[in-house]
Structure formats: structure tokens, C-alpha cells
Design a protein. Structure first.
Lengths: 162, 95
């Protein structure tokens, strides 16, 4: 488990003072499975700041954190993805060497071939983390992301932070 | 901050009919944001599924995450059960 003391001093002090509880939803929603995981279409949502080379870059200058997302088609060449991220504090070497660490489409297809999960959705989503002011995320882009995934046929989703 | 973001996204997806499971790199944040289902993993920032190139290990993480999806006693958290220890991180890290 990563811990905040792994961070550089400036980042650690910021995170220790940050009040995550301000944004904690009051109730925990729950969507029961409509069918077994073995047959359910799955999407991945990552905050690794991945994007296609021809998609607009994430805004690294937004002080609250860019809450937009990029749609990644299932047939993407994972090795061709670009990593944008305004945080200089996480180790990109793993994701750069093996994008499946954040967007595990290869791994999910392997599990799908073994009958352990359904097919991957037609599209997946990438956000850039470091959204320190998540109000636009909560009110606008997260609901929009959910609608996009529903249109992509997703019934279940795996979310991967970095 | 990525751990907070995926938790908030999980809430939005669930409210729109998509069942979710998040990978958590920081338990203390996940337990405040309370996504419906979370698998806590013992990996450094930047490595939510473990080691790069370790397909078998990554599949093991995914299996345990997917195994939480039938749960409706939310919020539920589980800790990854893994066979091998993660080597010490080479440098500082964190989103």
C-alpha cells in the first residue's frame, strides 16, 4: 500500500492538510449486477492522463485540476498512448513500460477468453488525476462520463488511480 | 489525489447504473470517499496493478477486484491477497 509519507515533503504536507471529507458523498450508491461478471461488458476508467496522440492534451495549468476526460477506443494501440499528468510526483516508468498497469485491456481480454469476465466495452475513459478542486468533476464531467460509458455498452467498470 | 478522483467517479457511475470496483492505493482516502467497492493493493503510486510486465500478477489483481462486483453490502473494501512481496520502490512517488 502506498502511504503519504512516500511523497515528497511539499506533496505530503499538502495531502495531509487536504480535507477529502468535504467531497465525500453522503450516501453510497449501489448498482447490483444485471448478470454475472463472466458475461458483463466491462469498461476501464483510469486517472493516468492517457490520451491518443491526436486528442487534445489535458490542461496542465488548471489550478483546480483539469476534470475533462478522453475516450479511448477499445482497439487502441496501448503502446501509442501519450501520458499527460500535471503531478510530477508519481512514477510514470511503470505505465510507460506497460500501459496495461493503468488501462488493462490486454489483461481483461485474457480473462474474457478464459470466461472470467465479459467483453470489453467499445470505449474506455481517461482522466488526469490531481483534481484538487473536484466540483466540476462531480457536477459535470463525472455524470457525462457515466453517460458515455453507458452508451459504450458498459455494465461494469474498473477504476484505476495512479 | 487520483484515489479521491476514482472514488468520486465510482459514485457517479453507480448512480447511472454501472456497477464499479476501484483499485485503491491509499486506504485512508478510500475510506473517507467510500466508493461502493474497493480493492486495496500494496503497490506504490503509479502501479495500481502491480509490476510492469507481470501479466499473471496483474490478472490476479483483476480477478480479486472483479470478485467484489457481486457485493451489494456497500461500501465494501478488501485487501489484495498476493503471493509475492513488492520490491521496495526506487524513488519517491505519488499522484
Amino acid at each position: 500500500m502506498a502511504v503519504l509519507r512516500d511523497l515528497a515533503l511539499k506533496d505530503r504536507l499538502y495531502m495531509e492538510a487536504y480535507r477529502h471529507a468535504r467531497f465525500a458523498p453522503g450516501q453510497v450508491p449501489c448498482t447490483p449486477l444485471r448478470r454475472a461478471v463472466a458475461g458483463a461488458r466491462i469498461a476501464v476508467v483510469t486517472t493516468a492522463g492517457l490520451r491518443l496522440p491526436d486528442q487534445p492534451p489535458f490542461d496542465l495549468t488548471d489550478r483546480m485540476g483539469d476534470p475533462s476526460f478522453r475516450m479511448i477506443p477499445a482497439e487502441v494501440d496501448l503502446a501509442g498512448l501519450v501520458v499527460d499528468h500535471r503531478s510530477g510526483a508519481w512514477d510514470r516508468s511503470g505505465v510507460l513500460a506497460d500501459p496495461d498497469l493503468a488501462l488493462p485491456l490486454t489483461r481483461l481480454r485474457e480473462l474474457g477468453a478464459a470466461g472470467e469476465v465479459g467483453p470489453v466495452a467499445s470505449h474506455h475513459l481517461s482522466f488526469m488525476g490531481s483534481i484538487v478542486g473536484p466540483r466540476r468533476l462531480i457536477d459535470e464531467t463525472a455524470p457525462a462520463a457515466a453517460r458515455c460509458l453507458a452508451e459504450a455498452g458498459a455494465e461494469i467498470a474498473l477504476l484505476t488511480p495512479v | 489525489m487520483c484515489v479521491q478522483t476514482v472514488g468520486l467517479l465510482a459514485h457517479a457511475l453507480e448512480r447511472n447504473g454501472i456497477a464499479t470496483v476501484v483499485v485503491s492505493l491509499v486506504a485512508s482516502i478510500t475510506r473517507v470517499i467510500r466508493p461502493p467497492r474497493a480493492l486495496e493493493v500494496p503497490f506504490p503510486f503509479g502501479h495500481p496493478l502491480g509490476r510492469p510486465g507481470d501479466a499473471a500478477g496483474q490478472r490476479a489483481v483483476l480477478r480479486q477486484a472483479l470478485g467484489l462486483l457481486p457485493r451489494t453490502d456497500v461500501p465494501v473494501t478488501a485487501t489484495l491477497v498476493m503471493g509475492a512481496a513488492w520490491p521496495p520502490p526506487a524513488g519517491r512517488s505519488g499522484c
